[in-house]
Design a protein around this ligand. Structure first.
Ligand SMILES: C[S@@+](CC[C@H](N)C(=O)[O-])C[C@H]1O[C@@H](n2cnc3c(N)ncnc32)[C@H](O)[C@@H]1O
Length: 289
């Protein structure tokens, strides 16, 4: 399909989302990953991925407090972190889902049921009952329906994290500043960012097709829809450093075979380092300097 057709169709979707009745209807509908079907890999992707990345990069969660930006429609990742021993968990998301509703209960009970096989060495805590999560645990679970740009003083946490969120945040300096502000002295932050194409732009053979579009067209396509901000990996590194954090990059996935034709890219991307343009996903591990 020619790029222009996708551009027009994305602009139409964005205009529709700017209409209050359409927006209200869309926000009531479940978003990515919310319907639990029991298929293989679903729990790994939507419940255990964050825990596994944290354990890999910062060690066991036992006794540590965690704040997660943008957990999504349900607190599946938070339940897994508490089951793994986290002392408390806070969620900060621009749009809170129906965390305690029936769909959530399906996910939470599936997490508890699959736990012994997935983590045989980590016993499920006796105090934690999946079908009472999260409402029965106000001392351990808090949630704020706010963007990271406006996080109030909610104390500090041993671990600040997010998974597939940084690319949707409109102000990455705010993400970096909130990370620093919420981190305990000696704490650590782990942010996984997906720099690849999303939605309509995933089907193109050249994965960087979405970086060709002018900023104005990109805004017309996404200003009401939380589409990716197209900020690149080195811009995140700069933002974390400007917030006073020391940054390490891990788990890099790159578009290896992509030949970058700079002349086709939007002017803003033409001078960027090739390794930054090529990065598909990255894990930022940040500590206070
Ligand atoms: C692609 S979803 C990722 C959800 C989940 N972390 C996952 O891996 O499936 C992005 C999430 O980030 C949230 N989000 C977007 N911008 C945000 C912001 N500025 N502050 C906090 N959350 C934000 C969205 O509401 C959404 O829940």
């Amino acid at each position: 399909m020619p790029v222009v057709v996708d551009v027009l169709s994305e602009i139409a979707k964005n205009v529709a989302m700017s209409l209050p009745p359409v927006r209200a209807w869309r926000l009531r509908r479940p978003r990515a990953g919310v319907s639990y079907t029991g298929s293989i890999g679903e729990l790994d992707r939507f419940a255990f991925l964050g825990l596994d990345l944290l354990t890999e990069r910062v060690g066991p969660l036992a006794g540590r407090s965690v704040v997660e930006f943008g957990p999504g429609d349900l607190l599946t990742s938070g339940l897994a972190m508490l089951a793994a021993g986290a002392a408390r968990y806070a969620a900060v998301d621009r749009f809170a889902g129906d965390y305690g509703g029936p769909e959530g209960r399906k996910w939470y009970t599936a997490i508890e049921a699959s736990w012994p096989a997935k983590y045989p060495a980590v016993p499920w805590p006796a105090w934690l009952e999946a079908d009472k999560f999260p409402h029965a645990y106000p001392d351990r679970v808090t949630s704020l329906e706010l963007g990271v740009e406006r996080v109030p003083d909610i104390g500090q946490f041993d671990i600040v994290c997010s998974f597939q969120v940084g690319e949707h945040v409109s102000d990455i300096a705010a993400l970096a500043n909130a990370t620093k502000a919420l981190m305990t002295r000696g704490g650590v932050a782990v942010h996984r960012v997906d720099f690849g194409p999303h939605g309509a732009w995933e089907k193109y053979r050249d994965p960087l097709t979405f970086l060709r579009l002018p900023d104005l067209a990109w805004r017309w396509m996404g200003s009401s829809r939380g589409t990716p901000n197209r900020r690149r990996v080195h811009e995140f590194v700069d933002a974390f450093q400007a917030a006073g954090l020391i940054v390490e990059l891990h788990n890099l996935e790159v578009f290896e075979s992509t030949r970058i034709d700079r002349s086709k890219l939007n002017r803003r991307f033409r001078a960027m380092p090739p390794e930054s343009l090529r990065t598909r996903t990255a894990l930022f591990v940040c500590r206070a300097s």
